[in-house]
Design a protein around this ligand. Structure first.
Ligand code: BGC
Length: 811
């Protein structure tokens, strides 16, 4: 069952029922100011950091679900309704929500009045614009009242939810004309404030929640909206809100457009503690002037759309399979950009108060967006590398505002260092910007300990090299990619946190998955060494990689698939000898991607085992059989009920590893089958089962052992976005950057007979046409560039050449 449909022309998903199985959200903002917005107007806004600079409140555990946001109420002769349905839930005569790239437009109609809200964050200003269009589509004239509503957060979202003894007394606001200023904590050390304005005269306002909502009221039917008036309240402590009231008259057919603006402003360096508590409104005033008229707002929205056109034009395909094309051209790339911006910090499943930017997460996100914004990828690489320690290990997370490593979480995830090589290697291949390796980058954010980025890569590689266990396989530390496989937490007491106590570095537990990563990224590291004139180091690296390769064949092969790990007692994890958790997906994907077992014929066998043991119609399970009871020596993974998350869920993130691995052994049909199963455009038809947004990937789909098999969770912020984009664009369609030029090396299913692509790469445009095995003897197989055949599949890059016409006929 569907709750909407795609409009590829407009690059939108159009939701036609407000009560979707879960809130279906979108993200506004591309630089510093971000908002989450659901299809019913729920959500919140923040500046740079969802934890430290939160503008508006959201209640994750709220009942009803998703009932706080940036709302408009209409009181039309006693009928109270919201254009997005929530929070009043008054039935609408018409409802529609169009989620587009960086904007959302929802509208509702009731008793002949249509209200449409177009929300977006303009390209370069820290504010969220709402263009509200009200149209009388009825026969008689209309008199009604419009109320706006936001609930301010007192900046630090965590503190806001806990420190009530203080926070209920700190709230401060100021109202001037139609602008509500939220200045809580301005008097202290924070020289920033928020403002909420409308470009028209108002008939009243409220800034005190209790006055507006009613002390025992709810935002479903706020007191003032019911009374059809405002309290003109000035919040003093308690909970500051922003609400404007406008009385509106519309003749039949008449339309009125209002521009509401929720902004963030700073008065850098101006704040003096001794000075009166007066904000400098100048920065806010400038922004409000820029977006005062509907025409200015329309222009800003059209600039935003153009920006997206431009970003997406770096890689676009045209093909008969419209679902794949829409994911490649629009939604998958869009999600990659959102994950790049937010890492795993703020979604409807990540509260914005916990995790900041993940070291491994951000490095992987980079794989999916580096082609769109290489200059921001560069900046991100340098930020991430600055949180690395001198021994090559790294803080697992860092806070976006401070860019400092998160000490509460610390380090010890032994896969982290290798992801830096993955990210930098992708950046180098995309841009050819070898200069980045010379950039001085601090260790542990200490500039006195700066070393060129190349040295950081060396330490990354060296960390794994120096941390091998009894079988010659890399030590796992606190965990590898699978955060919940905590093989060294055997000494923690039940109830203690898995990740913050116990020995973080076990001397024994080893990871076959990290071995696969080491072989894959170690080879790339060796190539980087060679390309930068370090031939001896390249040889040394290759020798070390070979040792780990051999160790995997010796101790990491279980007969029909790759083992997952050795636990802290030397016991096997992910083996036929185990009672549960006999086979895991990760090492099958990563070892084959690293090329392990290709020559020995093991790769095919491992992937066949995946198909036999882990396949489901909704995607590939992370492991089987799921663990039925908790095992202290395996850690958090066994704390989940069977079928969920890391304990036997379909962890979408690593499905594309199998897709890529399948392309490495040339099985295009199977690669595409794996791709299709988790692909949102393909699962749109089963939205009632899947439940999350049908235009983006979710982290996890409940596995066969779960009660709700097929139900997805944790949409949006997941490495699935980047990896799936890599799997389809670089491996199935086969267009990927190499160190020397663009590679065209598809591995297609029979169903894709041909496709064309435009790829912008290092300043040139590649027009590529690929024909699958046609059986037509007249089609000479091979790769032709500008009409001439070339050897191999990497098109040598020629400085200054602007256009390449590439034709590939698969034989
Ligand atoms: C984390 C990833 C991790 C994955 C598997 C996600 O929630 O963001 O870093 O690799 O879970 O445990």
């Amino acid at each position: 069952m569907k709750y909407g449909y795609f409009n590829d022309q407009e690059k939108e998903y159009i939701i036609t029922a407000p009560d979707t199985p879960l809130p279906w959200i979108n993200y506004l903002g591309s630089e510093n100011f971000f908002s989450l917005i659901s299809n019913t107007g729920g959500g919140y806004s923040f500046y740079k950091d969802a934890k430290l600079l939160r503008l508006t409140r959201y209640r994750y555990n709220n009942v009803p679900l998703d009932s706080n946001g940036h709302y408009y109420y209409i009181n039309d002769n006693g009928t109270i309704w919201n254009p997005g349905w929530q929070p009043s839930q008054t039935p609408l005569d018409f409802y529609e929500c169009r989620h587009g790239l960086g904007y959302t437009c929802y509208s509702g109609k009731k008793n002949g009045l249509k209200a449409q809200v177009t929300a977006f964050v303009p390209l370069h200003d820290p504010c969220e614009i709402h263009k509200v269009t009200l149209k009388n589509e009825g026969l008689g004239s209309k008199e009604f009242t419009l109320f706006s509503y936001v609930e301010f957060c007192l900046w630090n979202a965590m503190d806001d939810m806990t420190n009530f003894q203080r926070n209920l007394s700190t709230g401060e606001v100021e109202v001037e004309g139609s602008v509500i200023y939220h200045k809580t904590e301005y008097r202290e050390r924070r020289n920033h404030f928020a403002y909420y304005s409308v470009n028209a005269d108002i008939d009243g306002f409220d800034t005190d929640r209790n006055t507006f909502v009613g002390t025992y009221g709810s935002n479903k039917e706020p007191d003032m909206v019911q009374k059809n008036r405002s309290g003109n309240s000035l919040a003093s402590g308690w909970s500051p809100i922003g609400s404007h009231r406008l009385s509106i008259h519309l003749d039949p057919g008449e339309e009125k457009v209002l521009v509401f603006l929720l902004g963030y402003a700073e008065n850098p360096g101006e704040h003096k503690w001794s000075a009166p508590n007066v904000i400098n409104k100048e920065p806010a005033t400038l922004v409000m002037k820029k977006y005062r008229t509907a025409a200015q707002v329309d222009q800003a929205l059209s600039d935003l759309k153009k920006n997206w056109e431009n970003l997406l034009s770096t890689y676009s395909v045209s093909m008969a399979d419209e679902k794949t094309a829409r994911m490649v051209n629009i939604w998958n790339q869009y999600q990659c950009m959102v994950t790049f911006n937010l890492s795993r910090s703020a979604s409807y499943y990540e509260s914005g108060t916990g995790r900041g930017m993940g070291f491994r997460d951000s490095c992987q996100d980079l794989l999916g967006f580096v082609h769109m914004v290489p200059e921001r990828a560069r900046e991100r690489i340098l930020d991430i590398a600055s949180t690395q320690f001198e021994d090559g290990s790294a803080y697992h997370q860092y806070q976006p505002l401070t860019k400092k490593g998160n000490m509460d979480i610390g380090s010890g995830f032994n896969d982290d260092p290798l992801w830096l090589i993955a990210g930098v290697s992708a950046y180098l291949r995309e841009t050819g910007d070898w200069g980045i390796l010379e950039e001085p980058v601090p260790f542990d954010n200490d500039v006195s300990k700066s070393q060129p980025l190349m040295e950081h890569l060396r330490r990354s590689f060296g960390f794994t090299k120096l941390n091998l266990g009894p079988h010659g396989l890399p030590l796992i530390g606190r965990a590898d990619w699978n955060d919940c496989l905590n093989l060294n937490c055997f000494s923690t007491e039940p109830g203690e946190s898995f990740q913050t106590s116990g020995p973080s570095e076990g001397p024994v537990a080893e990871s076959v998955m990290i071995a696969g990563m080491y072989v894959k990224y170690g080879k790339e590291y060796a190539q980087i060494c060679r390309m930068t004139g370090h031939a001896d180091e390249a040889l040394e690296a290759e020798a070390s990689v070979q040792e780990v390769y051999d160790a995997v064949l010796r101790a990491g092969w279980d007969g029909k698939w790759f083992l997952r790990a050795y636990d802290a007692f030397g016991g096997k994890v992910g083996s036929k000898d185990c009672e549960e958790g006999k086979i895991f997906i990760e090492p099958q994907g990563f070892c084959v991607m690293g090329g392990i077992g290709l020559a020995e014929g093991l790769a095919e066998q491992a992937l066949d085992s995946v198909k036999e043991q882990l396949d489901t119609p909704y995607g590939i399970l992370i492991l089987q059989p799921a663990y039925s009871v908790y095992h202290k020596h395996l850690g958090e993974i066994t704390s989940y009920p069977p079928g969920y998350k890391e304990n036997g869920g379909i962890f979408c993130h690593n499905n594309p590893w199998i897709t890529i691995a399948e392309t490495m052994i040339g099985r295009g049909n199977r690669a595409f089958e794996v791709y299709r199963r988790t692909c949102p455009a393909y699962t749109e038809e089963i939205s009632e089962i899947h439940k999350t947004e049908p235009y983006v990937y979710s982290q996890m789909i409940a596995g066969t052992d779960a009660k709700n098999f097929g139900e997805a969770k944790n949409s949006w912020l997941t490495g699935t976005a980047a990896w799936t984009f890599v799997s389809i664009s670089q491996h199935i369609l086969g267009i990927r950057p190499g160190f020397h030029g663009l590679i065209v090396d598809p591995c297609l299913p029979d169903s894709i007979k041909e496709f064309s692509a435009v790829r912008k790469f290092r300043g040139a445009e590649y027009h590529i046409h690929v024909k699958n095995r046609s059986g037509d003897q007249n089609d000479a197989p091979g790769l032709f560039v500008d009409g001439r055949p070339i050897e191999g599949n990497e098109i040598p890059y020629t400085e200054g050449k602007k256009e390449y016409h590439v034709m590939l006929q698969l034989g």
